[in-house]
Structures are given as C-alpha cells and as structure tokens.
Design a protein around this ligand. Sequence first.
Ligand SMILES: [Mn+2]
Length: 348
Amino acid sequence: MGTCSSSVRKTRKKLATLRDIFKGNQTLLIVLQNSPDPDSIASAMALRKLANSLADIQCSLVYGGRIGRAENRALIHYLSVNLREASEIDFHGYDLIAMVDTQPWAGNNCLPAEMEPDIVIDHHKCRRSTRQCRFTDIRSRYGATVTILYEYLQAAGIEIDSMLATAILYAIRSDTQDFGRDTTQADLDAVMAVYPLANKRILGQIQRGRVERNYFQTLSDGLRNARVCGPAIVTGLGKVENPDMIGEMADLLLRDEATDWAVCYGFFEGQLLISIRTSAEPPRADKVIRHMIGRKGSGGGHPSYAGGQIPLESDEPRQIRRLERRVLKRFLESVGAAGAKEEKLIQS
Ligand SMILES: [Mn+2]
C-alpha cells in the first residue's frame, strides 16, 4: 500500500511539472525509439493525447529505422497512427521535444546528437546524461513505458478512447510477453483498466499481422545458421532489410526448452544489431549486452531482454567476421560459458 500511494503522489507531482512545461507552447515533437515497438508507439500516442488535452499542443511523432515487424505495422495501420520518418522532420522547428521509451544519446533514436530533449519518459535504466534534461520520469522497474503515461492520463482525468486503449493494452502485453517477463503491479493495473475499452477485433488483427514473403526466407536462414553454444542458441541473419526480425528470431529461439539464452544479430544500415533474451537471469540481459558491446557501440534493455548496436568500420567480410566472433566470445564470458563447444541447432 505504501509504495502504491507514493507512486500516485509521484505521478501527480510529475504531472504538475509537465503541465508547467507545456504552458505557452504550441508544438511538441515526440521522438520514438528506432524501429519503434508497440510500447514506443503507444507511449507516443498517450503523450500526444496528454499534450493535446492539457495544453492544446500540436504533436508530431517521429522515428528512425524501419517498422518491419508485421504486428507493429498492423498496429499502425489499424489504429491509424500518423508516424513520420526522421528525414521529413525539421528538428529545430518545434517548441518542445520529448522522448519516449528511449533516452538521449542512447544510440537507438533519431534525435540529432547536438540536441537535448525537454521531456524524457522511459522504463530503461536511467543514463547519466538523461539527468540533465528538464523533465525526466524514468521507472526502470515498470514493464512498459506506456504504463507511466497511462498513470498520467488517469491522474489528469483524461478519457482514454478505444484506439488508445487498444494500443496501451497491446504495448504492455508485448513488452512483458503477456505478463511473463519484467511485469509490475502497475502494469497489471493499467491493463485491467484499459481492457474493457480496447477493441478486441483490432487486437486480433494486430496479433496476426500479415508478413511479407521474404519473412519465411529470413526465418529459414536464422534457423539454419543457429548454433547451440553452452546455455545459449546463437544465430546470425546476415544483412537484413527488416531489423525487427533480429528480436523476433531471438524470441523464437528462447522457446527451446533446453536453452537459457538466445542471441541473434544482423546487419542493417552500417551497424551490427544484436538482440539477446534470457529465461535465467542473473546475469541480467542488459548487463550482458553492455559487456558484449563494450566501447564499440551502445546497448541496454531489461533484466530478461536487451539489445544493442555497433557501427561497422568497414564492409570487409573478414572484419565483420572478427567483430561477430569478438561479440560472441564476450557473450559466452559473461554468461559463464567461455570456450563452450558449438553444434548446429538443426540438421539440414
Ligand atoms: Mn518499452
């Protein structure tokens, strides 16, 4: 009970500060994480609703990367979310800038490095440089960023329409994998509240989002390349057109009953992208990814899932192989399986 009422107090205080920041401003740019996932999209929708309702502020939602996962494309389509690509945006043309489900200089968003957001709302571990921003609300225990925004909407007495409720519900289910990972009571409370309002028909259509034909080729490549290394299954997808496949593949491989860890990587727009998953922390996935990447790039996440990126110095295959081997070696070290033997996951 104690923590519960203190979180309500914290939300009210934060909301009052946010109201002050909104005051007298007309436009807000909301920056999502690259290749935004449902939590990032729903959080941006919820913040837009808050800014519209509290201060009549016009919002644009911007993302970098590509929205590849079929479910996320379906979410945007069925909920008519108007997302804009970074190339269409004049970042200096807004009164205020907010960031949701990511943080400044985290390496996974499109805000130009010389700019600092006014507002940062996130559930990843608070980065040191985030603290200098004007408004921050970082709750790293929460299963989803949108749960924080749901609490704001509730505290402000703003009505949640069916589209927003659907987005919030899907976002929390997706970030927590149906409440199976990193979930708090706050996430469950938000889900209970929005469930009756959500459009279940659209929810079904999102969950069974249709895939492009090359999805099956990538899936097949990922499975054929997969190796069992000690407690982990590791695979590489090579160059990907759809970076979301990397996380999706890692999710799939973690379903192997004999595996505690899944690692998947691929190349997209001059970067090595890595996703890891675990069903057996410690060590925490976000710590492991940071060790894997070291100073070569950036990474972060949550206890049971995390991701990171390393900019490539060259396209040279030998260099790339060396980088892959280095990252994998550091992975095995940090899960206590250095030197583990490799064998193929499936015979083909
Ligand atoms: Mn999230």
